[in-house]
Ligand binder design. Structure first.
Ligand code: ASP
Length: 363
């Protein structure tokens, strides 16, 4: 099912957002008829476009009486387990040294507890480890070796997370990195060593397909309790130790049981710099429809992206960010920087993908 927000109507969405921010209740009511209407259809779960299995599972568990945090963590576990999803858990793309480092966070609305892990190696389920940080420690964020030691103490098994496909993708990236380095594509051995041949076979397509990924999943129960999680292998080929927005509470995830829950995927640096998920929840608290709240965050990012290398020839961000939001009453919305993304949703109308609203239409 596609969004009711007319395509190429981002200006209208932005206008509605401005009015809603001023607190006009009439606009708020009108917005509820729009994309991701959903009022009163709890339980509801929303996720990134790879997350239909996660939202399906989360809603199923909530209907069976599960806590919303357990439900979303069980939902994203399906993707963490999937070696074909190269953006999370097992099979996630590695850092520049070929090592998989995972980030994740959780937030539990009813208790306002939060937990997160960053740069976690060798453990397939970072979202479940993050949940243990929230449950079993007085801290919010554990990183790197400390996070691994904690996970092992909690009974998580260490394993190699680098699948053959991810390893080959990493090698292709190494081979395409620099014309003057000593890495070669296998099929370049027989070619004369001209500058053109040395790097001709680099697989740009795979980079386009997988440059960003991640799964965010939020849910609200029939009684209005919220929870969320965001889990990722981060940006592929990142510097070792780089932490994105996913494990940063307020950036890649924020949940407030009085208002709603929001998350982000895409270029984490940009989301961190505007505290994206927190900003989306704050906008919902001020009266925005979730879709408008997402658009407002994307506008904040766009207006603050000043580095020329991050802008296209029209001065717009060259990267994508997708925001997801669900309100306490079950109304939901999602928006992307650049047209063309979808998000996953499960509610009483079933499990499906819907089109994200967007800030910038395709040229
Ligand atoms: N937001 C994630 C990060 O920056 C990546 C992604 O969503 O693809 O680590």
């Amino acid at each position: 099912m596609s969004s009711n927000l007319p395509r190429r109507s981002f200006l209208a969405a932005a206008g509605a957002s401005a009015l809603a921010f001023a607190g006009a209740p009439r606009v708020f009511a009108r917005n509820q008829q729009r994309a991701g209407g959903g009022a009163g259809r709890r339980p509801v779960s929303i996720a990134s476009g790879n997350g239909v299995p996660a939202t399906t599972k989360a809603v199923e568990l909530i209907r069976d009486g599960a806590d919303p945090l357990d439900a979303v963590v069980a939902g994203v576990r399906i993707l963490e387990d999937d070696p074909n999803d190269m953006t999370v858990g097992l099979g996630g793309l590695p850092n520049e040294e070929g090592i998989v480092e995972l980030d994740a966070s959780v937030m539990h609305g009813p208790t306002h507890r939060a937990g997160a892990v960053a740069s976690l190696r060798n453990i397939r389920y970072p979202s479940a480890v993050a949940r243990e940080v929230a449950r079993r420690t007085d801290h919010v964020l554990l990183v790197s070796d400390g996070a691994l030691r904690f996970a092992k103490r909690m009974g998580f098994q260490e394993e190699n997370l680098l699948t053959e496909e991810a390893r080959r993708a990493w090698l292709r990236w190494k081979a395409g990195l620099n014309r003057d380095d000593n890495w070669l594509e296998p099929d370049q051995f027989d070619l004369p060593m001209t500058p053109d041949n040395r790097r001709g076979a680099a697989d740009a397509a795979i980079d386009d397909r997988i440059l960003t990924g991640t799964i965010h999943c939020s849910a609200v129960t029939a009684g209005g309790d919220l929870a969320g999680t965001t889990t990722t292998s981060g940006l592929p080929w990142k510097l070792p130790g780089r932490v994105g927005d996913s494990p940063i509470i307020g950036a890649g995830l924020y949940t407030d049981n009085a208002i709603g829950s929001a998350g982000a995927t895409g270029r984490g640096e940009a989301v961190i710099q505007v505290c994206g998920a927190n900003a989306a929840v704050a906008r919902m608290g001020a009266g925005d429809h979730p879709t408008d709240a997402c658009i407002a965050v994307l506008k904040m990012i766009s207006e603050r992206t000043r580095a020329r290398r991050l802008q296209d020839d029209k001065g717009r961000p060259r990267f994508n960010v997708v925001m997801y939001a669900v309100r306490k009453d079950g109304v939901y919305g999602s928006a992307c920087m650049h047209e063309g993304r979808q998000f996953a949703i499960s509610d009483e109308r079933g499990d499906r993908l819907e089109d994200c609203a967007f800030l910038y239409a395709r040229d």
